[in-house]
Design a protein around this ligand. Structure first.
Ligand SMILES: CSC[C@H]1O[C@H](OP(=O)(O)O)[C@H](O)[C@@H]1O
Length: 347
């Protein structure tokens, strides 16, 4: 089961809005359909939407092969801009698009559109392949944090459905479970879109990893009763000081973990770090439509016309973050220094 697949010039996306009831795929033959899928969270998760946007640009490039190179460059820049408007918080989207567009700058002067399309496709495939390798490295590094059998809590979905391969936080869980050091996962349902209930619980059951589903407001009581000994989550954007943007509700979990003396781990590849912003105050927080809160499975759960605040993410201040797991290893405070060093490793 893969969230994002490129084959025969078609971007195939597992439609995550239908899970777990239905396993259906969307075949995208143009960039516009891929953009819609990102907006609708048919494909979601920071690394997954980065990869999807990269292949969407390949689709866009293939559609304009007949233009002159100057027209091709301009039209593709317009497509890149449109893709950047789909979702504002996960920096992987922008990282992937920028990496794709940098291909055009490196083309030889005499390159034609066919050469450009081939180079773009290679770059998108490289982004996807690297995410697979990065997931595996993070899993190995992260598992070292678990040296005896524990239960962990996770929030939202940072698994195979959020990436190109095994996941970030769930990749670490898979590895630590295989070593006998994570014995159960408590998955927050993660209102309003229930990525935890619909996706994480589904992924872990598919993998045979014991999972207990809880509502978000149970996390504190689960910690109070020592039912979990650690928290591990993914991320959508990490600032230079270590502030972490992730699914709404993550901040609350981090505060609860601090209160209960439980380590709060974040698993994120370097493509989720924004080396251009100093703190979480600079991270744009996506706000989504009211119906995501006022309805559940198509049923109205709030009075018609009620005012709604629906931020899709929040920011966990770095003092609440015990460690950040990357493909280069484990980062610990002081994060400014650790992340500055990380940025050098990425160069
Ligand atoms: C491995 S990144 C997963 C990250 O993305 C999710 O957000 P969304 O489902 O809205 O794309 C959530 O914040 C996860 O932690």
């Amino acid at each position: 089961m893969h969230a994002v697949v490129w084959s025969n010039n078609c971007l195939t996306l597992l439609n995550q809005t239908l899970l777990p009831a239905k396993v259906e795929y969307i075949d995208c033959y143009d960039w516009q359909r891929a953009a819609e899928a990102i907006k609708r969270l048919e494909v979601r998760g920071a690394p997954a939407i980065g990869a999807a946007a990269a292949f969407a640009l390949v689709l866009g490039a293939r559609a304009i092969a007949g233009l002159t190179m100057p027209e091709f460059r301009q039209k593709l820049a317009d497509t890149a801009e449109a893709l950047q408007q789909t979702r504002p918080t996960a920096v992987n989207l922008f990282w992937a698009i920028n990496r794709m567009m940098s291909v055009l700058q490196k083309l030889p002067e005499q390159a034609d559109t066919l050469a450009a399309i081939a180079a773009l496709e290679q770059q998108a495939l490289a982004i996807a392949q690297e995410d697979k390798a990065v997931n595996e490295k993070m899993a190995v590094h992260g598992a070292k944090l678990f040296t005896s059998p524990v239960s962990v809590l996770t929030h939202c979905n940072a698994g195979a459905l959020a990436t190109v391969a095994i996941g970030t936080a769930l990749g670490v869980i898979h590895e630590a479970w295989s070593q006998g050091n994570i014995t159960r996962v408590f998955a927050d349902e993660t209102r309003p879109l229930l990525q935890g209930a619909r996706l994480t619980a589904w992924e872990l059951m598919q993998a045979g990893i014991p999972v207990t589903l809880i509502t978000d407001n149970m996390a504190g009581w689960v910690m109070k009763n020592n039912m979990v000994q650690a928290v591990i989550v993914g991320a959508d954007r990490i600032a230079l000081n270590g502030d972490v943007a992730n699914k709404i509700g993550t901040y609350s979990v981090a505060v609860l973990a601090k209160e209960h003396g439980i380590p709060f781990y974040v698993a994120a590849p370097t493509s989720t770090f924004d080396f251009t912003i100093h703190s979480g105050a600079d991270i744009p927080i996506e706000e989504r439509c009211a119906t995501e809160v006022t309805s559940l499975g198509g049923n109205c759960v709030a009075p018609q016309g009620v005012e709604v605040f629906n931020p899709a993410f929040d920011v966990t201040p770095h003092p609440l973050v015990t460690a950040i797991i990357t493909e280069f290893g484990i980062l610990r405070a002081p994060y400014n220094q650790a992340i500055s060093q990380l940025s050098k490793q990425c160069e």
